[in-house]
Design a protein around this ligand. Structure first.
Ligand SMILES: [Zn+2]
Length: 488
């Protein structure tokens, strides 16, 4: 079975790429159950938004018929150019009911990562999460905190916006979860859910309720307010579970049928979130590896299939948690602030991950000989190699760039001038939301999407409802160019 056979397997891709892809994917034994035998969570005292019991039914007492279906796409390991292009291509085949393209979560390990691309990923509205510095399982605390520190310093992700963690090789322990809670993380997403424990995300106030065969679904994992987002396994025709990179397990047509069947089970069942968990390196164009096109096309075919269904939303893990903490019926999801898509109108190119900033990126050459590394960043260069012992080093003399302070979002921070371009309500956003009913036809209720520009420094609040036809045309045109650019 692939869930266990891929454990600790590493795949070397050509050395010039400079990348070692480590597969994640240990899991429960074939046919085994993961459900706890003694989990007990009193729903009378464990209440949203701070506490949520592990449950197969939607949060907030909402019926499955009235719940949205969420799909999470997650990517793991280093962020590199070709890998990210593949990921953007996959996302171009996701479409939410309000006309926004879906968003995804990248669990970033630091080794071999291009930091400017992480900034770009975040600036495009996606989530950046922690996957350690050196991609080690059962990570010591420094691997977790060091990764967080590097993402903040060299990718410019505000510290408070890195909320999630996934253990490399999905190799986590009760100590790992405790450590995450102590370091202030909001959630972990390393546990596997099968059929009998396909819970919605839940807090660990009453302990872990997945992967109980590991032996710590008990006092050791009671971490109040800390969330687990279980990874939903996909089952094949013989009821064997598959988790990460299922396209490596069988022919694309067969895997596509698995994904559709399992998605339908969620969609027509309790609507627990469904997930597609990917190592983009397997889908990249690397010499010596099989042509990835059939696998990529299989995934985009699945996304096309899921996107064609009513009430299906492709979300980041953070968006998913925002929903679970304050659940609404499916007809209200499009109104939620965290589901809007809007592009900051900064007014001039600054090094912030948005288009036009590439000429402002620094290439920092550190080390020598075989250990020489070039780091690309909008922010200060490290003066020495990034290591577990020294994740962040002082900037070289004369390098006065700085990452954004906590009160300035990455997209509004000019790291060269060291100024925040959004400090009050005058900041404007271009709303890319489209009317709901133009996407999924009669399957959706008429929506209130809009296209326009609004003042909105924190990204909260309502957008104007006036639809300007020429702006709609420009937005559609922009989508077309972005799609073309991302699919090459
Ligand atoms: Zn990994």
């Amino acid at each position: 079975m692939k869930l266990s056979s891929v454990f600790l397997v590493s795949l070397l891709v050509p050395a010039f790429v400079g990348y070692v892809a480590a597969q994640d994917g240990n899991g429960p034994p074939a046919g085994g159950t993961s459900a706890p035998t003694s989990y007990s969570c009193p729903s009378t005292t464990c209440k949203l938004p701070a506490c949520n019991c592990a449950s197969a039914t939607p949060p907030g007492g909402i019926s499955a018929q009235q719940a949205p279906q969420f799909v999470t796409l997650t990517l793991d390991d280093a962020v590199q150019d070709a890998l990210l292009n593949t990921t953007y291509h996959l996302l171009s085949h996701t479409k939410n009911p309000n006309g926004c393209q879906g968003k995804a979560t990248f669990f970033v390990s630091i080794q071999y990562t291009n930091f400017h691309l992480v900034t770009q990923w975040y600036a495009n509205g996606n989530e950046v999460a922690d996957h350690t510095i050196n991609h080690v399982g059962s990570p010591p605390p420094e691997e977790i905190s060091g990764c967080h520190e590097v993402l903040s310093t060299y990718a410019g992700i505000n510290r408070g916006h890195v909320k999630g963690f996934r253990a490399p090789f999905l190799n986590y322990t009760a100590t790992t979860l405790k450590e995450l809670g102590q370091q202030g993380f909001t959630y972990d997403s390393s546990a596997t859910s099968l059929l009998d424990d396909a819970w919605w995300p839940y807090t660990l106030d009453y302990g872990l309720a997945n992967d109980c065969y590991l032996g710590f679904c008990n006092e050791q994992t009671k971490i109040p307010g800390f969330w687990e987002i279980p990874m939903a396994a996909t089952f094949d025709a013989t009821s064997q579970p598959h988790l990460m990179d299922p396209y490596l397990d069988a022919a694309p047509d067969l895997v596509l049928s698995w994904l559709k069947t399992n998605f339908d089970r969620h969609y027509n069942g309790n609507r627990a979130p469904f997930g597609v968990y990917i190592h983009p390196v397997h889908l990249g164009p690397y010499p010596g590896l099989p042509d990835p096109a059939p696998m990529v096309n299989m995934i985009t075919s699945f996304f096309d299939y899921a996107s064609s269904k009513a009430d299906v939303w492709f979300v980041t893990n953070q968006q998913l948690l925002q929903y679970v903490q304050n659940p609404v019926t499916k007809d209200k999801v499009g109104e939620q602030q965290y589901m809007q898509c809007h592009e900051p109108v900064v007014g001039k190119p600054i090094c912030n991950g948005m288009s036009g900033d590439s000429s402002l990126v620094q290439s920092c050459n550190v080390g020598s000989g075989l250990s020489a590394v070039t780091y690309n960043t909008c922010y200060q260069c490290p003066s020495q190699l990034i290591t577990l012992q020294t994740p962040v080093s002082p900037a070289p003399s004369g390098d006065n760039r700085a990452p954004p302070p906590d009160d300035c979002d990455t997209v509004w921070w000019d790291p060269i001038a060291k100024t925040c371009l959004c400090t009050n309500s005058s900041c404007s956003y271009k709303d890319l939301t489209q009317p709901i009913n133009i996407v999924k036809g009669s399957a959706q209720p008429a929506g209130t999407g809009s296209n326009g520009t609004t003042s909105n420094p924190s990204g909260s609040g309502a957008f104007p409802t006036t639809v300007a036809p020429f702006l709609l045309f420009l937005v559609v045109l922009t989508f077309s160019f972005v799609a073309m650019d991302n699919c090459v």
